[in-house]
Design a protein. Structure first.
Length: 120
């Protein structure tokens, strides 16, 4: 519970790391599921705010790649189909605003694999 109460204090990079760590375990582990859901909600809120204010600098190419990978690995039981679609749309819109030179090989590989595995 302590972690869940303070997740909003974390930066996007660390929240995306929490998503990645809990994506596969969220179905069978209640704490992992709660952390995944809470982190998802925080990131979704931040992403929507970034889009509406045109301030996308808080989301790096690497962070967006990690977020995409976490959602692609999660099961349909963890998030409903509409939630998967919404986060991938948001990530796609944020990705369009990041200059191409900010993408490394690892980020591009994660993105390609994530979007191909996504349960959309």
């Amino acid at each position: 519970e302590h972690i869940l109460r303070h997740i909003e204090e974390l930066d996007n990079k660390h929240i995306s790391m929490a998503l990645t760590a809990t994506a596969k375990r969220a179905r069978g582990d209640r704490l992992a599921g709660s952390l995944f859901t809470c982190a998802s909600e925080v990131l979704q809120t931040r992403a929507q705010a970034a889009m509406s204010t045109n301030r996308t600098s808080d989301f790096t190419a690497r962070t967006l790649s990690m977020i995409s990978a976490a959602y692609a690995r999660s099961t349909d039981d963890v998030l409903q189909q509409s939630s998967h679609l919404r986060i991938f749309r948001t990530v796609s819109m944020l990705l369009k605003r990041i200059p191409p030179e900010h993408f490394g090989t690892r980020s591009l590989g994660l993105l390609a694999r994530s979007f191909s595995q996504a349960k959309l």
